[in-house]
Design a protein around this ligand. Structure first.
Ligand SMILES: O=C(O)CCC(=O)C(=O)O
Length: 278
């Protein structure tokens, strides 16, 4: 399922899109399913929405988190053999599953500032991996994901305050002036796999009518020893639970310094992740 070219692209850039991994019928099913599931009382409100205004579309459509802990459809999707085959090809071993999320990103909703997932998951050693499935076409108008290619080789960076006019989260990471963000254009059913150290985020949905829904799962490399408390229990891809230790809430982080006229990351900071939830 993963070609040699896809694996090479992933190793070099920290991400790869697998087109049409899920069919149109399947994505239509998931779209309808989660539009209904959001009314379930077990979907608790997303307390991470920073500075919401009265008419913030995210108040009506907050993202869903960790649904696999109580919803069978989400659990089965997180453990899907197609996702497992792709990730096993990319990582050269089976991943362990820890998190699910559904972003509705309705028209006019804010995006999420640039960040690295391993800032939250604190996987040690190694990093995490995301499977990000588009449930709608995603483009620059409805706020597709943006990534900094090659940034998966950076350590976890020290965070800064994000602009909460455009981001519903309030932390971001600085990137050097010459680092470009690449828009990830996807069709419904495409799955983007990306390394947990890759800097990524998204801009607001500027469309008046189109949602940008995505179903997301986070995994960790099978060889890891620790992950932050919020991500327990950790599951093998057959659904059985595996004992993995809990990482500290704090950790070293990198800051940009200039060396011979070029920006380089120096591990000069230490940050406590108070709210270890993405
Ligand atoms: O979908 C987005 O806008 C951000 C998603 C994200 O940061 C993630 O899946 O880790």
């Amino acid at each position: 399922m993963i070609s040699a070219e896809q694996k090479q692209f992933f190793d070099q850039n920290g991400y790869v899109i697998v087109p049409a991994l899920f069919s149109k019928d399947e994505t239509a099913y998931y779209r309808d399913y989660y539009m209904e599931l959001r009314n379930d009382e077990r979907c608790s409100a997303d307390r991470r929405i920073q500075q919401p205004k009265q008419k913030d579309p995210l108040l009506e459509y907050p993202r869903l988190m960790m649904m696999h802990r109580w919803d069978e459809v989400t659990l089965q999707w997180m453990l899907e053999p197609r996702l497992n085959h792709c990730m096993s090809g990319l990582l050269e071993r089976e991943p362990l599953a820890v998190q699910t999320m559904l972003y509705f990103k309705p028209p006019k909703a804010r995006g999420q500032a640039l960040h690295q997932d391993n800032y939250y998951l604190r996987v040690q050693p190694g990093t995490c991996l995301a499977a990000w499935m588009a449930l709608d076409r995603c483009d620059e108008v409805n706020g597709c994901l943006q990534v900094v290619a090659g940034s998966h080789n950076w350590p976890v960076l020290c965070t800064e305050k994000a602009n909460t006019k455009t981001s519903f989260t309030d932390v971001t990471v600085p990137i050097p002036p010459d680092a470009e963000t690449v828009p990830i254009i996807m069709q419904a059913g495409d799955v983007l796999f990306f390394n947990g150290s890759l800097v990524h985020g998204s801009l607001p949905n500027r469309s008046r009518t189109r949602f940008r829904r995505s179903l997301i799962a986070h995994y960790i490399e099978g060889s890891t020893e620790r992950v932050a408390r919020w991500y327990h229990p950790v599951m093998r891809m057959d659904g059985t639970v595996i004992d993995v230790a809990t990482s500290d809430r704090g950790g070293q982080c990198g800051v940009w310094v200039t060396e011979n006229g070029k920006p380089v990351v120096e591990l000069a900071g230490y940050e406590i992740v108070e709210k270890a939830t993405e």
